[in-house]
Design a protein around this ligand. Structure first.
Ligand code: PLP
Length: 447
């Protein structure tokens, strides 16, 4: 294995001296110095290699350093490394066409951003201008990004320090049977009660004041809760009835993650706006965007859209998207994600749950799985309390350390671990990950 500890120490020293990291108390972190990555693996400077069950931040859907995409980025850099957004550029036109051909329904116009949060910001701006209404409804147990509106829409504790309380955001409970906010016993009950709760929220907020409802099609960081049959169709119907714009956030769930091009495809729903980022080009160059319905696009046909970004549709990012979508087609990555979920990850994780009392629930689809870790299966008491940190979060830290010792880099959020490898993870790699989880779960079982 590769090893150059001195080089790693220099990288680490400069990082600690000058890099200000996301979401962190700067003095309390110890970031791993990474030397390289390929496919489903990355390695450090000390001879350790890790199987990445996080896909970065759930975005390297085709794995690291795919040679076709790297070559496309290099070729675009040689041809036209950058150009301003007001012009028609081959890579941008082609990326927009390929994305529009895959997004559901009549979402045929693409506004490009640099990432997911900006996509959400612009989707909400479009919804407000289209409807002339101020409020937006979003779900608890959600993540929509860290910019001003996006963080206010977010239903997890990362919002709290930035919540300005005046972003026009109203939050509601979306369905989640395992921890039902509606005391439901069945998926059908959960679905019906969640829809009634949304109806009631709208009635008391005033339908004519609500511009948009935003939901992650399958909430990601919040726990990979596939909505019950009928829920998203029900939300679509409510939106239609009140003239509310329906925004589906597919920043994490889109581009193959769930074993479909978009998670909305599983539910036969077409939103008015769909946000994407991450998997669109596996994050090789920052890119996100909003796919826009014909009706909302028409609002801005003769009236200027009051929003823009210097790097909207950056040629390098768009060339990476064109190449990534090509790779996903050629190598049948979307079909592979569906199959690996059905035949390896799903059955393998359920088998682990049978043997490990710390696993309260296994849920997911495609390359998008969550294990809910608990102290007690009967009471469903989470292995660590909601939003725990420090000593209170020690059991999850111990689980994570055990996984890393097995050469697996795990995704951890609160009391959950998510199995979210690259969508083209091989069967052997997926099984390797399951074997490492088996060992790490034995540690979780001891609490
Ligand atoms: N929306 C969802 C569903 C996400 O998962 C994320 C990031 O994890 C975002 C939005 C924000 O994307 P970005 O970090 O690219 O701004």
């Amino acid at each position: 294995p590769y090893a150059d500890p001195a080089a790693g120490a220099a990288v680490k020293a400069a990082d600690r001296a000058h890099v200000f990291h996301s979401w962190s108390a700067q003095g309390l972190i110890d970031p791993l110095a990474v030397a390289g990555a390929e496919g489903s693996y990355f390695w450090d400077y000390d001879g350790n290699r890790y199987l990445d069950f996080t896909s970065g931040l759930v975005y390297t859907n085709i794995g690291y350093q795919h040679p076709t995409v790297i070559a496309a980025i290099q070729e675009q850099a040689g041809k036209l490394a950058t150009f301003a957004p007001a012009f028609a550029i081959e890579s941008r036109s082609e990326a927009a066409r390929l994305i529009a051909e895959r997004t559901p329904g009549d979402l045929d116009k693409i506004f490009f951003t640099n990432g997911g949060a900006e996509a959400v910001e612009n989707a909400i701006r479009m919804a407000r201008l289209h409807t002339g209404r101020p409020k937006v409804l979003s779900a608890y147990r959600s993540y929509h990004g860290a910019t001003s509106t996006a963080i206010n829409l977010t239903g997890d504790p990362r919002r709290w320090p930035s919540d300005n309380g005046s972003a026009g955001v109203v939050r509601f409970w979306a369905p989640f049977l395992y921890r039902s906010p509606f005391y439901a016993q069945t998926e059908a009950e959960e679905c019906a009660r969640a829809l009634q709760h949304l109806e009631d929220t709208i009635a008391f907020e005033g339908p004519s004041s609500i511009a948009a409802i935003i939901l992650e099609t399958v909430p990601g960081t919040a726990g990979i809760m596939t909505p019950p049959p009928g829920y998203l169709a029900g939300v679509r119907e409510i939106c239609d009835r009140y003239g509310i714009v329906f925004v589906l956030d597919e920043v994490m769930a889109g581009f193959g993650r769930t074993g479909a091009w978009f998670a909305a495809d599983h539910f036969d729903v077409v939103p008015d706006l769909l946000t994407f980022a991450k998997g669109v080009n596996s994050g090789y160059v920052p890119l996100g965007g909003v796919a826009i319905s014909a009706e909302i696009a028409a609002t801005f046909e003769t009236r200027p859209y009051p929003g823009g970004l210097t790097y909207s549709g950056h040629p390098l990012a768009c060339a990476a998207a064109v190449a990534t979508i090509g790779v996903m087609e050629d190598e049948k990555v979307v079909e592979h994600a569906a199959r690996i979920g059905e035949t390896v990850l799903g059955p393998g994780l359920r088998e682990l749950a049978e043997r490990h009392p710390s696993v309260g629930e296994v849920r997911g689809l495609g390359a998008f799985w969550a294990l809910e870790l608990v102290r007690d299966r009967e009471t469903r008491e989470p292995l660590v309390p909601y939003n725990a940190s420090g000593e209170a979060a020690a059991p999850m830290a111990a689980f994570g350390a055990a996984a890393k010792k097995q050469g697996l880099w795990p995704f951890i959020n609160m009391n959950r671990t998510h199995a979210v490898p690259a969508c083209n993870v091989s069967e052997a790699e997926a099984k390797e990950g399951l074997a490492a989880l088996d060992v790490a779960l034995s540690v979780a079982d001891t609490y």
